[in-house]
Design a protein around this ligand. Structure first.
Ligand SMILES: [Zn+2]
Length: 218
């Protein structure tokens, strides 16, 4: 079984093997599982231990994940844990030494059942998810194994909102790597960028160099 997490470019129409879309407001991210038997693509597992079982091989692999690919993939994988039916966002905090410090995804606070609070985006404020949901960046920072995140960087699928921007800045994180900036025209993102600029937090967009990362359970 192969788990495909594909980048935020247009992925074409969904395939029959799709298990769902990692949606950022109903677009762009496709997630699909396919079996080896039904795959039309050559299996290219990132962990290619089986493929490289030949003991005569002495050269290192050349198609290993870059650090950016690795941490962004962890962020996207974390997003799959979200119960939000419309928007699944994951985040991964990495240290200057390239160690994973924290991960998170959007969800309700601890003890608040995913079944009791609303996931709606429309209606009166208290009947929507907005007053209750914790964004991925907040959870990744709070879940971090160390308190001081100075010189860390955070990988996120979506450019942070202003509220997460405050958390990121105050945590000491110095760089944001994001996939999508689809809300760049909103006041929230404009405010976040204003704060990042004044605080010296660098922001750069992740540009994938491969179509997908495959995670196999078999
Ligand atoms: Zn946020």
């Amino acid at each position: 079984m192969l788990l495909h997490i594909e980048p935020l470019q247009t992925c074409g129409k969904a395939m029959q093997t799709d298990i769902g879309l990692m949606q950022i407001d109903n677009e762009t991210m496709r997630v699909r599982i396919e079996t080896m038997a039904t795959s039309n693509e050559a299996a290219q597992p990132c962990c290619a231990a089986e493929e490289n079982a030949d003991s005569t091989m002495t050269e290192k692999r050349t198609d290993y994940l870059s650090w950016d690919e690795y941490f962004m993939a962890v962020a996207l994988l974390s997003g799959l844990r979200s119960k939000d039916p419309n928007t699944q966002v994951g985040a991964c905090v990495a240290s200057a030494a390239n160690k994973i410090i924290g991960v998170g995804y959007n969800g309700f606070p601890w003890g608040c059942s995913d079944d009791d609070l609303p996931w709606s985006r429309e209606g009166s404020y208290l009947d929507t998810k907005y007053p209750y949901v914790c964004h991925a960046e907040l959870n990744a920072v709070l879940n971090s194994t160390v308190r001081d995140l100075h010189d860390c960087r955070i990988y996120v699928a979506l450019f942070p909102c202003n509220e997460c921007g405050k958390v990121i800045i105050q945590s000491g994180i110095r760089e944001i790597i994001y996939l999508s900036d689809k809300y760049k025209d909103t006041d929230s993102v404009k405010a976040a960028k204003r704060m990042f600029e004044k605080s010296g937090v660098k922001c750069r967009q992740f540009v994938p160099e491969r179509d997908s990362v495959l995670v196999s359970f078999v």
